[in-house]
Design a protein around this ligand. Sequence first.
Ligand code: ZN
Length: 167
Amino acid sequence: MAEVHRTRRGALMELIRKTVANPPKECVIWPYGHSMGYGKVQFERRVQQAHRVSLILYSGKNPPHLHACHGPCHNRLCINPLHLAWQTQLENNADKHRDGTHKTGKDAGANRKLTECNIRAIRNDPRRHKIIAKEYGVTPNYICTIKAGNAWSWVPMDPPPDQGLFS
Ligand SMILES: [Zn+2]
């Protein structure tokens, strides 16, 4: 039994190392176990998010306070390090920006809930504003201003995603 487990774990890390060593252009979808939509793998004696481990190995860094953020693909199961970046905590910026530009309480609340990751995902989300808004607990109008770049304007707009990333 232990043999089987070890073999399987080896295969998981092998896929990550192979991907990191020679990342392709397209998404690399994690075929193994996942939870909360993210691939899981045992790394340095802990179960971690597979895409995070991929970025750790690729970047040679493991900043504990940063997220491994997907962009431009926003595919949670993608472990291609070229599609990942360490996300800085922009909450301070968000607060400053909100105080300066977003005067309404509604916007302030919406702003607080979202992260830079969310903003990138929203801007690339092809679904209707109403559906996206419901998912993030904000108003459709707010989704509209995010997509237009009027809200969260300091988060750079991604280039348009490759065709075929969304099914
Ligand atoms: Zn990807």
